[in-house]
Design a binder for this molecule. Structure first.
Ligand SMILES: [Mg+2]
Length: 265
C-alpha cells in the first residue's frame, strides 16, 4: 500500500465517480462523521458521481439513497441497490437486485436453513441487530454489540460454507451470502443500470475507498483503490488497496475527497 500522497494528479483528475464503503470508512463507532458528510456534499457539488456500497441492509440503503447526496446506495454487499434522488434521470428504475425474484426465493430457503443450524450449533451467536432490514442475506454479529472470539468466527464461517453459502466477514458482521454478488459486481451492475455508466470499460474513471474484508473485490477491481488508515487493523486481506490515507475512518475519507477536489481545481 502506497501513501495516498503518492497518487498521480492525473489519476485524480480522471475521476468521474467515487464508490465508498460506509462502516468505518465514513463512520466511527457507527456514527456518520461530520468531516465525511461535508466531503460528500463537496464532491457532489463538484459533479462527482457518488455510490455508497455497504454490507448493511437494503432497508438502510433505501434511506441512504434518499437522505445523502449519493447517486446510488448499494446494500448487502452488492445484492441490490436504490437510486439516489438528487440527480436521478427520468425513467430510470428506483431500485434493482443482483438476482431475479425466483432465484431470491430459493436463496431465502437456504438462509432459513443456515439460521436454524447456527441456532442449533452456535446458540450464543446472535443475528446482527440490523437483520430486520435485510432482503437478500443473513448477518451475524461478530464485532458490533458482541465480541466474538476468533475460534467462534471460524466456526461460524465453516458452518455457513458447509451449508452452501459464501461467508463474508466485515469489521462488525459475518454474512451468509447465497448469491454471486460482491461489492465490485454490485457497483458495476448498479452503475450500468442506474447511471448508464460502463465501469468495465471506464474503470480508471472511478475510485473506490473502504476499510475491510468485504471491500477486497472492489480493492482488486478498481485501479484507484484506497484504504482509510484503519484498513491496517484488518490485515491480512486477500487484496489490499493500492493507496492508503494518513487519517482513519471519516477523516481519511475527507482526506481523499480533498485530494480529488484539489486535483480538479
Ligand atoms: Mg467497512
Amino acid at each position: 500500500m502506497q501513501p495516498l500522497a503518492d497518487i498521480q494528479v492525473a489519476q485524480l483528475q480522471a475521476l468521474d465517480g467515487l464508490a465508498f464503503d460506509i462502516d468505518d470508512t465514513v463512520t466511527s463507532h457507527g456514527k456518520l462523521q461530520p468531516e465525511a458528510f461535508d466531503a460528500m456534499w463537496k464532491l457532489h457539488a463538484a459533479g462527482l458521481r457518488l455510490v455508497a456500497v455497504t454490507g448493511r441492509p437494503l432497508g438502510w440503503a433505501a434511506v441512504v439513497a434518499r437522505h445523502w447526496p449519493v447517486d446510488i446506495a448499494i446494500g448487502e454487499n452488492g445484492a441490490g441497490w436504490y437510486a439516489g434522488t438528487t440527480r436521478r434521470p427520468a425513467g430510470t428504475p428506483e431500485r434493482g437486485f443482483f438476482d431475479d425474484a425466483a432465484t431470491r426465493a430459493q436463496q431465502r430457503v437456504l438462509l432459513t436453513h443456515i439460521e436454524a443450524e447456527v441456532r442449533r450449533q452456535l446458540p450464543h451467536v446472535q443475528l446482527a441487530n440490523d437483520q430486520g432490514g435485510r432482503l437478500c442475506d443473513l448477518a451475524f454479529d461478530v464485532g458490533e454489540e458482541a465480541t466474538l472470539p476468533p475460534e467462534d468466527r471460524a466456526a461460524l464461517v465453516q458452518l455457513i460454507e458447509a451449508a452452501g453459502a459464501r461467508a463474508v466477514v466485515s469489521s462488525v458482521h459475518a454474512h451468509a451470502v447465497p448469491g454471486d454478488w460482491n461489492k465490485a459486481e454490485g457497483i458495476l451492475r448498479a452503475a450500468r443500470e442506474l447511471l448508464g455508466a460502463d465501469l468495465a470499460r471506464d474503470m480508471h474513471s472511478w475510485a473506490f475507498v473502504g476499510d475491510s474484508g468485504n471491500d477486497v473485490e472492489a480493492f482488486a477491481y478498481f485501479p484507484v483503490s484506497v484504504g482509510v488508515a484503519n484498513v491496517r487493523e484488518q490485515l491480512p486481506l486477500t487484496h489490499t488497496p493500492r493507496y492508503v490515507t494518513q487519517a482513519m475512518r471519516g477523516q481519511g475519507f475527507a482526506e481523499l475527497a480533498a485530494a480529488i477536489l484539489a486535483a480538479r481545481r
